[in-house]
Write a protein that binds this ligand. Structure first.
Ligand code: UDP
Length: 356
């Protein structure tokens, strides 16, 4: 059996890391296509090295374009690879343009598509990720859902009547968090003893000046009061803040360059709280038993909110500060198991092997 995995962005490298190992252990040939959506050393290479992901067989180097141009170029190049390699299946992860391009190229050629992290919905069609998720799910043959909620989303959309196999696999990010936890490494920096870990990068947070300004008012306020903030700064957010003439030198926030996964785990283990608009980080906060303030109006990971691990703060400065102080008072019970048993990779490969 020959599988082509299409990945291109940081969260996908993390998601693919464990599944790749299980595929190799099962003697399944996997070729990786790296679309190039993320390409900096600290957004790409470091993950392949530290997480021992097989080197990509193809590097498409497609980045810095509009959504249409990026997806279109990927589609064309991936199609050429599929014509040449003739895989049995294409494996895609998450909700980026690379996910959609990989799935679309394969499905038009009647090559089986497996989607890991299927069934998630934010119900916000303004998010490019939501569009990518919905379209990818619809053209996939195997849908690997991380949660029961994701399965239920697909059922509500009528997937019972669509000939796709739905598998409740658990969450591959939990596999990664467990596997790499022992390898966590402190960043080579002076860090405050007590700090919150913050990341911000989504288009809805960064592309609207009023929203971005609001978010940073709130974060500056929090960092100025009781808790320092350490923020590995995403290149997109950095560019937008520069555009706003944000004063980095007088900011109370400690900005650092994006870090690799092992350093990120160290930060997760050692922070007080997580503040983020990232999807993956909301779950990682839970894996490492940290409460999370989500700087968005909705989340795909609704079970975290229901159980009091995650607090949806929106993007209004006032509401963020209010929700932050509410969150500080809560003591949720972290002894639940919302995302499977850390064996999602095994479940995924088992289903792939037996898929007809
Ligand atoms: N991450 C990382 N280094 C950083 C920032 C994030 O390794 O400097 C990891 C983070 O732990 C999570 C993933 O990248 O596993 C999340 O990626 P991102 O926030 O870019 O995407 P999203 O999860 O929102 O799709």
């Amino acid at each position: 059996m020959k599988i082509i995995t299409v990945i291109g962005a940081r969260p996908q490298f993390i998601k693919a890391a464990m599944v790749s190992k299980v595929l190799a252990n099962n003697g399944i040939e996997e070729l990786i296509v790296h679309t190039g959506q993320h390409y900096d050393n600290n957004m790409s290479d470091i993950f392949f090295e530290e997480m021992e992901i097989p080197k990509p067989s193809y590097n498409l180097d497609i980045n810095g374009l509009t959504h249409g141009a990026m997806t279109g170029q990927m589609l064309e190049k991936i199609e050429n690879i599929l014509i040449f390699e003739k895989p049995d299946m294409v494996l895609v992860y998450g909700d980026t343009n690379s996910t959609l391009a990989g799935a679309l190229a394969a499905s038009k050629m009647h090559i089986k598509v497996a989607h890991v992290e299927a069934g998630l919905r934010s119900f916000n069609m303004k998010m490019p990720e939501e569009i990518n998720r919905i379209l990818t799910d619809r053209i996939s043959n195997i849908l690997f859902c991380p949660t029961k909620e994701a399965v239920s989303n697909l059922e509500k959309e009528g997937y019972d009547n669509i000939s796709a196999k739905i598998v409740l696999s658990g969450d591959v990010m939990q596999d990664a968090a467990i596997f790499y936890s022992q390898k966590a490494r402190k960043p080579n920096l002076e860090l405050p003893n007590k700090f919150s870990l913050c990341t911000l990068h989504r288009a809805e947070s960064t592309d609207d000046t009023a929203i971005l300004t609001n978010l940073f008012h709130a974060l500056d306020d929090i960092a100025n009061s009781d808790n320092s903030i350490v923020m590995p700064l995403h290149p997109r957010t950095k560019a937008k803040l520069n555009g706003l003439n944000y004063n980095f030198s007088s900011s109370p926030i400690l900005f650092i360059n994006p870090v690799g996964y092992l350093e990120m785990i160290w930060l997760l283990k050692n922070c007080n709280y997580v503040l983020t608009d990232s999807g993956g980080l909301q779950k990682e906060a839970y894996f490492f038993r940290k409460k999370c303030l989500t700087l968005r109006n909705e989340t795909e990971w609704v079970e975290l909110v229901e159980h009091g691990f995650n607090y949806l703060a929106g993007t209004d400065c006032h509401k963020i500060l209010e929700t932050y102080s509410l969150m500080q008072k809560k003591e949720p019970d972290f002894t639940t198991n919302l995302y499977g048993n850390g064996k999602a990779g095994e479940a995924i490969v088992k289903a792939i092997k037996s898929f007809k």
